[in-house]
Write a protein that binds this ligand. Structure first.
Ligand SMILES: NC(=O)c1ccc[n+]([C@@H]2O[C@H](COP(=O)([O-])OP(=O)(O)OC[C@H]3O[C@@H](n4cnc5c(N)ncnc54)[C@H](O)[C@@H]3O)[C@@H](O)[C@H]2O)c1
Ligand SMILES: O=C(O)C[C@H](O)C(=O)O
Length: 355
């Protein structure tokens, strides 16, 4: 119980720090955040964390079921934002209208033995439908894509927005913050440094070997052996699978993901509000490598992506990892692009044809 009180105190302290910096309720602009998939395993704790964020004035919770209950529950918390719940496709437009940031954790999670790509068949269609509505109702919102496989769902979103004529590469983000959160935690444990001081960029994509933590750039510096760096890299790449296996069929990471999603959304809001030097890793349209989308450090500003930062110096091990991940990441990106541009109809007899 006492740790709960400590957390609330920390939250109150960080709110007053915001006030002292001039980001308190008077100075802070109104910001609407929509969560799509808000009644799910990620959606519910993410709704809670966004309700605690003093930068949010309006919190819109949308799902295909169960959002009225989640919204009623969260709405009783005595923080700044007004909460509204929306359920079913006919309410999606109202949920989205006026949104500054849209966070998408809608879709099915993995079970043991599955890859993130195994979710493609169901989640691609869900994400496509939601992005068509975003293009219609809030084309200027920053989109934070959580639904897997992120390496494909971000390209799907880009293609949907291109078709609608609303695509702005500065406003579309694949949320890879959980990889950074994990890399920081695992590094702090191994290097025996205070976790709150740790920084580790994670680049590439968000699946298996496409997740490339750059421990050579980790701070505070520590003298870790090559084998230790390799073990940390593998653990970061397999972090999602570690949770999927531990949950044994009951889903994938939800609580740590809600935390990571809340950190990334907060960074987007700070950028929109003009806070300087807001930098987070994210999977975005990129020229950092020859791949059209790539996760790296990104500076966030009033229009979303202000600058996609380069990779910095890599160790030989990281250079090798970078070359190894490119074919898989490119294939996932191309799969997303093809899905949006080449709809396949399956006839009752099982044969397929495409447009
Ligand atoms: N990017 C990451 O780091 C990361 C981390 C963890 C999980 N994920 C992914 O996030 C997604 C959600 O995971 P979860 O554990 O919350 O799953 P969940 O099944 O608990 O929740 C998903 C929610 O999405 C809703 N939904 C389904 N179709 C929808 C639609 N068309 N519109 C709105 N909502 C819809 C469902 O009703 C459900 O409430 C999964 O694809 C998972 O793989 C990504
Ligand atoms: O591993 C998963 O399927 C969920 C998510 O991508 C994660 O990294 O935890």
């Amino acid at each position: 119980m006492s740790s709960l009180f400590r957390s609330i105190k920390t939250l109150k302290n960080s709110s007053s720090t915001l006030l002292r910096r001039g980001y308190g309720s008077e100075a802070v602009p109104d910001r609407k955040v929509a969560v799509l998939g808000a009644a799910g395993g990620i959606g519910q704790p993410l709704a809670l964390l966004m309700k605690l964020n003093p930068l949010v004035s309006s919190l819109s919770l949308y799902d295909i079921a169960n959002t009225p209950g989640v919204a009623a529950d969260v709405s009783h918390i005595n923080t700044r934002s007004e909460v509204k719940g929306y359920v079913g496709e006919e309410e999606l437009g109202k949920a989205l209208e006026g949104s500054d940031v849209v966070i998408i954790p809608a879709g099915v999670p993995r079970k043991p033995g599955m890859t993130r790509d195994d979710l493609f068949n169901i989640n691609a269609g869900i994400v496509k439908g939601l992005c068509e509505a975003i293009a219609k109702y809030c084309p200027n919102a920053l989109v934070n894509m959580i639904s897997n496989p992120v390496n494909s769902t971000v390209p799907i979103a880009a293609e949907v927005f291109k078709k609608a004529g609303t695509y702005d590469e500065k406003r579309l983000f694949g949320v890879t913050t959980l990889d950074v959160v994990r890399a920081k935690t695992f590094y702090a444990g191994k290097a025996k440094v205070p976790v709150a001081e740790v920084n580790v960029p994670v680049v590439g994509g968000h699946a298996g070997i496409t997740i490339l933590p750059l421990f050579s750039q980790a701070t505070p510096k520590a003298n870790l052996a090559d084998e230790e760096i390799q073990a940390l890299t593998k653990r970061t790449q397999d972090g999602g699978t570690e949770v999927v296996e531990a949950k044994a069929g009951k889903g994938s990471a939800t609580l740590s993901m809600a935390y990571a999603g809340a950190i990334f959304a907060d960074a987007c809001l700070k950028g929109l509000n003009g806070v300087p030097d807001v930098v987070e890793c994210s999977f975005v349209q990129s020229t950092v490598t020859e791949l059209p989308f790539f996760a790296s450090k990104v500076r966030l500003g009033k229009n979303g992506v202000e600058e996609v930062l380069g990779l910095g110096p890599l160790s030989d091990y990281e250079k090798e990892g970078l070359e190894k991940l490119k074919p898989e990441l490119l294939a996932s990106i191309e799969k997303g692009i093809k899905f949006t541009n080449n709809v396949v109809f399956i006839a009752a007899n099982g044969t397929g044809f495409s447009t």
